[in-house]
Design a protein around this ligand. Sequence first.
Ligand SMILES: [Cu+2]
Length: 347
Amino acid sequence: MKFGDWPGRAARLATILWAALVLALAPQAALAQAEPEAPVTEAVASDVPAAAAATDQADAAAADAAGGYEPLGPEWIRGQPTPGGWDVQEQFSPIGRSATGLHVGLMWVMGVISLFVLGLLLWVIVRYRRGANPTPSKTTHNTLIEVVWTLVPVLILVAIAIPSISLLTKQYESPPEDAVTIKVTGYQWYWGYAYPDNGGFEVISNMMPEDEARAKGFPAQLEVDNRMVVPVDTPLRIQTTAADVIHAFAVPSLWFKIDAVPGRLNERMLTIDEPGIYYGQCSELCGARHGYMPIAVEALPRDQWEAWVRSQPGGTVGEPEAAAAAAPSEAGETADAEAADPAAATN
Ligand SMILES: [Cu+2]
């Protein structure tokens, strides 16, 4: 078939127009996807059977016993995957929001460049087709055009590199001194969350049985028996390690993913903006039940988080520092007293 044949040209044109349509619509669809996922959460919440109310009352009673802490209900779910979702999840951390901003911005840059190149192609196809341009030009060089098509892409890449590298740097910023430390340990196939600054207790977190999760209105295979409870609006020093094989601690709605490697301690800072429940999963193939070691992060206002810490065995808030500061001086006073009056020490 010759290039000039009409059916072939029509088919090519249709392909090109289809590609243009896809490119033009992709960014809008991406933005539409970024809308809050509240309806899904509501649907989940409304699915809670009445029978769960009795369980809630029992939970509330248990909460009173546990010093005022009550686990958040399904209406507090903020970060979770949505059926049919194809964009990143809505973000609830400062770093997540700036990263999503860059992501959407880059989509627009890509879209505009693709449309521009497509337009040039269409123009060349139509304007310089054999019918309209029987004697082709023999031009091989044009200094101005060559300078422009070298400089403009360089400038675009530099413009992208500045926010991109600053975001990368921000993701690896060290947490401040007063950050709350949580040591996350990956086990085959569950998670351990230790709080070394708060008494050193460790919470063992297993996937909640699917029937129980559904009955309580939580997403099956994502809800756990004991969540990683953290304070909101507070820098968290998340340290990860593993006890057996490599795991990865990943929570998409917090823009957080870090490997948990046996014999190593990885560290990254995380700050969560809003109280709520954020789901994630182990993201390193770690064995038979790799898909069944979900992560549930529960972010609470500071006072509620402190109540939760006190409800844990050996959980302390602020006391270790105070005790550590007080201990040497007390010991010193005792030693002084003994030095002054050796008889007193024997009494
Ligand atoms: Cu794992």
